[in-house]
Write a protein that binds this ligand. Structure first.
Ligand SMILES: Cc1ncc(COP(=O)(O)O)c(C=O)c1O
Length: 411
């Protein structure tokens, strides 16, 4: 199946929300980095669970057994998405941030005063706050410098990782600047000192194939609502690691991985949606196995999104007063999103005017406050971020560029 730019035309009918109109206009959902739209198949999996299977786990009756099987299948689907050996390495939670805090609590029990954790100036607060919290326990937190070009300074990373480093926490891709980070360098440096590597894959997972076998993180986190699924957080842990940690948990719950990391009752219906979202992505690919179909689908989806981002980036930078922040789109891997500032126009005002024209884009710092701060853009109101997802089209890019041209002209 040769998809190319055709993917958007073919998939749009799958997403009911894309048909929504306001003031006679179709809405252009260019806000994917904050959460993608959801295909009917995922919505039906969620409502179908409530219609036919709604139960708690580990009971002696059909709906409970079916719930157990559905959760196991959701873990297996996510394992296929991440290249993990099995669903045993996949825990679920409310969202990435909550899971990362839980991981921080568990890891805190392993650390002593004076131990060090390395975070980055580029990361979303979700992968900084849970580690900065450890300062309360006398842990020293070091920050890898962000360069003005939107890339991490790997020499600085090498300098900050040392004998007392116990954790290195880094994103795979920045949701503010689109940078794709070099996980191999972080792995080599963290491995050399015996530190755990925690990767935030939230902004990476919708656009690129993930292979935990190759990346070799100790922990990797992502969120299904960024890849056409419901609001569910996902934690991958290297086999055996969860058993070694002491996460917050009840004595009454299952003490083995992956349940060991999951407190209380999960959002079962949403997990049915997570499984359906992975299968939806895979449905655009080819191959014998679910994993092969996911890889082939993500290659096609990523190519389509990248082409939209490249065109938008090229044309938006021609508008007067526009600056693009973050690395260029043609130098190595780059997430399909573009953050700009417009001289004399605050991002919030531009986003509001675009919103009135049915163009949904984000403004501000998107919880990636640190890089926006470091680049000196907080006072200016932050960035105007456009993200491209599988269902976005060239016509939407045209509409966006036309409205931005008007905003730039009237400054
Ligand atoms: C790169 C990145 N990391 C972490 C998060 C936090 O994810 P969650 O909303 O699941 O807590 C986000 C959310 O936007 C993100 O973009």
């Amino acid at each position: 199946m040769a998809l190319g730019a055709d993917i958007a035309r073919r998939c749009r009918g799958d997403f009911p929300s894309l048909a929504r109109r306001e003031d006679g206009r179709t809405l252009a959902f260019l806000d994917g980095p904050a959460g993608t739209q959801v295909p009917a198949r995922v919505i039906e999996a969620i409502s179908g669970y409530y219609r036919t299977q709604n139960a708690n786990t580990h009971g002696q009756f059909a709906t409970s057994r079916e719930t157990d099987a559905m959760i196991a299948a959701a873990r297996a689907a996510v394992a296929a998405l991440l290249g993990a050996p099995s669903g045993r390495e996949i825990s679920f939670g409310q969202n990435m941030t909550t899971l990362c805090y839980a991981l921080g609590h568990a890891i805190a029990r392993e650390l002593r005063e004076g131990d060090e954790v390395v975070i980055t100036e580029l990361d979303h607060e979700g992968n900084r706050g849970p580690w900065l919290m450890l300062r309360e326990r006398g842990v020293v937190v070091r920050e890898v410098r962000l360069r003005p070009d939107g890339r991490l300074d790997y020499e600085d990373m090498a300098a900050r990782i040392g004998a007392r480093t116990r954790v290195v926490a880094m994103g795979l891709s920045s949701n503010a600047l689109g940078t794709v980070n070099d996980a191999a360098v972080a792995r080599r440096l963290s491995r050399a000192v015996g530190a755990w590597l925690v990767l935030d894959a939230v902004h990476y997972a919708p656009h690129f194939a993930i292979d935990v076998a190759a990346l070799d993180p100790d922990f990797l986190l992502c969120s299904a609502y960024k890849f056409y699924g419901p609001h569910v957080g996902i934690l991958y842990a290297r086999p055996g690691l969860l058993e070694r940690l002491e996460p917050d948990r009840l004595r009454t719950q299952d003490q083995t991985a992956p349940d060991r990391f999951e407190t209380g009752t999960l959002n079962h219906a949403a997990l049915a949606g997570v499984k359906a979202a992975v299968e939806y992505i895979a449905g655009w690919g080819e191959g014998e196995t679910l994993r092969a179909r996911i890889l082939s689908a993500l290659a096609a989806i990523g190519a389509h999104e990248h082409a939209l981002a490249v065109r938008y980036d090229r044309e938006v930078r021609r508008l007067p007063g526009v600056t693009r922040w973050g690395p260029p789109l043609d130098e190595g891997p780059r997430a399909p999103m573009v953050s700009i500032t417009i001289d004399g126009v605050r991002a919030e005002d531009a986003a509001r005017r675009l919103g009135e024209a049915g163009l949904l884009v984000w403004d501000g710092h998107f919880f990636a406050a640190r890089p926006v701060e470091v680049l000196g853009l907080i006072e200016r109101g932050g960035l105007l971020r456009t993200g491209f997802s599988m269902y976005n089209t060239d016509e939407e890019v045209d509409r966006l560029l036309a409205s931005l041209a008007e905003i730039a002209r009237r400054r």
